[in-house]
Design a protein around this ligand. Sequence first.
Ligand code: C5P
Length: 499
Amino acid sequence: MGSLTVRNLPEAVKKRLRLRAAANGRSMEEEVRLLLAEKSGDAPAAARPESPVSMISAWMSRPEDAPVAARTDNRAKPARQSAEPPPAATARRILLIISGGIAAYKSLDLIRRLRERAYTVRVVMTRAAQEFVTSLSVGAIAGEKPFTELFDQASEFDVGHIRLARDTDLIVVAPAAADLMAKMAHGHANDLATAVLLATDRPILLAPAMNPRMWSNSATQRNLKILLADGVLTVGPNAGEMAESGEVGTGRMAEPLDIVAAVEKRLAGATADAPPSRARPLAGKHIIITAGPTHEPIDPVRYIANRSSGKQGFAIARAAADAGAKVTLISGPVALPDPSGVKIVRVQTAQAMLVAVQAALPADVGIFAAAVADWRIAGDIVQKLKKDAGGPPKLELVENPDILATVSRLKTKRPALVIGFAAETEKVIEHAKAKLKRKGSDWIVANDVSAEGGAMGGDDNTVHLITAAGVESWPAQSKDGVARQLVARIANALNGEPS
Ligand code: C5P
């Protein structure tokens, strides 16, 4: 009878009932049932309205029944009855991303549960999700057409994926399929859902759902680790029977009410004016990063340099800042703009880079990605060398300070984690292992900079992480991908979690 009654209520009453149910943490049906049970004995029979619909309508129009949420959420536009300023509106905008999986049918109930609690729910559906539930049914329940296409002229001009990513208080991905998690972990953005997830600065809550073997697969677990280190939250998956007959294990999507509880927990205390920000696993940590080449002057117009572009170091600086770290980026001469949220110190020479690093200490982590010139010209040549002064000049070289080795061996102020880079053209791992010992760093990120490796100046990188525990070879990926994976590993190491 409850749902029949709710459906038959006038729109305005339904809205107030929805807010009241949300304020009390109940579904609308539960609220109606309680109201009917509570109130039916209240009034003398003669004065009682004759049907449950009119009873509810009558009770809901009494001022003392005005729902709490309606009084606090100014987006619900309540009729204001006093001159008191309204309290800050609570953060209640959800962007729900539905990816492909049999659990997508539960997303319909999730939308309903969220809307009952006065959340506005915008929905993005992946192509695979539309194989499981139709955009028509999702739109009918959400009260708004779902967004499905990255390159859809109408919605791109009207809303656009960047606004979808930002005009929300929380992004919920339910179900979060293995493939979507993999794309998220590695920064892909080849459809609307992944583009929104990459562009957002809002917290993300995942409700993973997949076959138990897919969930326990080391690739999924690796991706999960990256996502957790990036500050992504999860609810579930639960253990139990799967849709596939005879399959039991962990992989069932969390129940809609559990997802709602996780949403409420994450948004607790957040307001429309102060929406929640992404969890930051490196918050409170100071990270020094060196990047780019150094230029060692030969004379006032010539210098010794190398082909380093600085892209990898800058990508690490961005990823560390995104993870909440205070970042000091000390860069040699590169043609890259200052990353936002990062303190940048631009230098020319190895000696100046060392001075800047020493001035930036103390730090929790030092990442030495710069391709520092090994040698500089002895002495100062103050005038331009002349071609006709008796043949080519004899240039005397002296060794530059080794910044990585210097910082690794500091007695005081040594960062807890010192990471060097090894650019090699052959025997990459063997040389990198030797470098780890020689330089005294904790980790070495080794990459192949031979012509075939293509790392120098390019946008992609293939690296091996060498630690005391052994060698890990990471897949070829963008420099941003390497940066995020490295930052995730650093966060795990600093937080004492197994990496
Ligand atoms: O000895 P090599 O140049 O191959 O070592 C590379 C690592 O040492 C990188 O992490 C680089 O930033 C660091 N390095 C340094 N100062 C130098 C030379 C290299 O910090 N003078």
